[in-house]
Design a protein around this ligand. Sequence first.
Ligand code: NDP
Length: 453
Amino acid sequence: MAPKYDFDLITIGGGSGGVRASRIAAGHGARVAVVEEDRLGGTCVLRGCVPKKLLVFGSSIAADIEDAAGFGWTIEGAHHDWSRLIKAKRKELDRLAGIYQGLMDQAGVTVLSGKGRLAGPHEVEVDGNIWTAERILIAVGGWPYVPDIPGLRDHAITSNEALDLDARPDEIVIFGSGYIAVEFAGIFAGFGSKTHLVFRADKALRGFDEDMRDGLMAAMAQRGVHIHAGASIASVDEASGKKQVTLDNGTCLNVDAVMAATGRMPNTAQLGLEALKVACAKNGAILVDADGQSSLPSLYAIGDVTDRVNLTPVAIAEGHIFADKFYGNMTRRPISYDHIASAVFSQPPLASIGLTEAAAKAKGHSFSVYQSGFRAMKNTISGRQEKTVMKLIVDNADDRILGAHMLGPDAPEIIQGIAIAIVAGATKADFDATIGIHPTAAEEFVTMRTPRA
Ligand code: NDP
C-alpha cells in the first residue's frame, strides 16, 4: 500500500536542532525531509556561536600580545587584517555547511530548499509545492529583535551582520547588555575599535550572579570598553557616512556603526500558524508540552522557536529526544531545565550553572556562599589587573551545590566539568574530598574551605 503521506516527518528549519531531529529520525528508519531556505547550519553555525567564537579567539590575541611583554617578549609591528579573518571565517563556515549537508545525505534525509510554510495540519508549502507528512516539526529558531526607536531599525546592524562586516568599524555603539552585547563588545574592543556599550540597566548581564556582573563590568572598563549604563538610545541619524547616536541622557556619539543586541524573538511570523490556530505566546513562541507537541496534534516544535532555554545544546537535546521517542520507540531521560550550564564568551569569559545567590535567596534556601577572588597566575607577571571570581552556593540543608559561577580565563571549560558533578548531585563534601590540580585556577573550586560572612 502506498504511504499516506510523502514523508513521515517534515522538519522546517535546518539549524542545529532541526538537523539533529531529522538525522536521528531517519536513522530510526523514518522517511524525513528538512526544509531550509539558507544553507544548512542555522543560527549557531552560520550567524551565531561558531563565527562568534572564531572572532572571540581572534580578538583575544590582542590581550595575549599585551601580556607577552611581561614575559620578556618584544612583539613589534603587530597588525590585524580584518578582511583576512573574515575570509578565513567564511571558508570555515562553507566547510561546516558542507558537513551538515553530508550528514543529511548520509542519513538519507531529503533537503527541500526554500521557505517552508504550513498549508494544513499535515501539509507544508515550499516555494509553491505542497509536501505532506504525518508529523511536522518546527525548528526555525529566532531572529534579532530591534526596538522601535527613531532611526534604530533603519541604521542599526544586528549580530547577523556584525559577524560578516567587510570592514571593521573604527568606532561602534552596541546597544543592550545581554550575552550578545557583551560578547561583541569584547570582540570589537579587542580588535581596536572604540567601543561604546549602551544599556538601560545598572550592570550588564541581568540574571547572572551579581559578583560576576560586578567583576565583568570592571574588566570590560579596564579593557577599554566605554560603558554607558542606565541609558537608552533616543534616536539614530545618519550624516556623511557616520551614525549620530543620541542617548536619552543627552550624550551624542558620532560613530561608524550601531549594533542592536536587544534580544531575539521566535521566528514564527510567516509560518502560517495563525490560520491553523496553533497556540502561541505573546512573543510568537510556539507553546508545546514536554514532548514538544503543540496545540495542533500533528505539529511539534523544538529549540528557540519555543522560547524555553534558548541555547544550541538544548535545541539539539530536544530534537534528539523527539526523534528517539517518535521514531525509535525509545524513552530517554527528559531534559532537566534546572541544571543547564551556560557561558558568556565575554573577555574575560563568564560561566555558570544552577542558582545565583539572589535566586537561592528568592527560592527560600538556607545556604552558604564560598567565594574566591584572585589574580590569575599569568596576570602576576603580565601586570594585568583583572581578577578571577569564583563562587559556590551550597544548600545548608543537604550540603548540595545549588550553583557554581566563575568569571575568568577558561571559565566555560572549567564550569563544563563542574556541571557534571552538579547534575550528579555533588555535595560540598565531595568537592572538599577532591584533590586539586596544581597550579590551576580550577583547583580553587575544591579548596574553598571557609564560607563567606
Ligand atoms: P538577551 O536577552 O540576553 O539580552 C537582551 C538585552 O537587550 C538586555 O540587555 C535587555 O535589557 C536589552 N533590551 C531588550 N529590549 C530593550 C529595549 N526595548 N530597550 C533597551 N534595551 C533592551 O539577548 P541577546 O540578544 O544578548 O541574546 C539572545 C539570546 O541568544 C540569549 O538569551 C541566549 O539565549 C542566546 N545566546 C547565547 C549565547 C551563549 O550561550 N554564549 C551567546 C549569544 C546568544 P534588560 O536586561 O534591561 O532587559
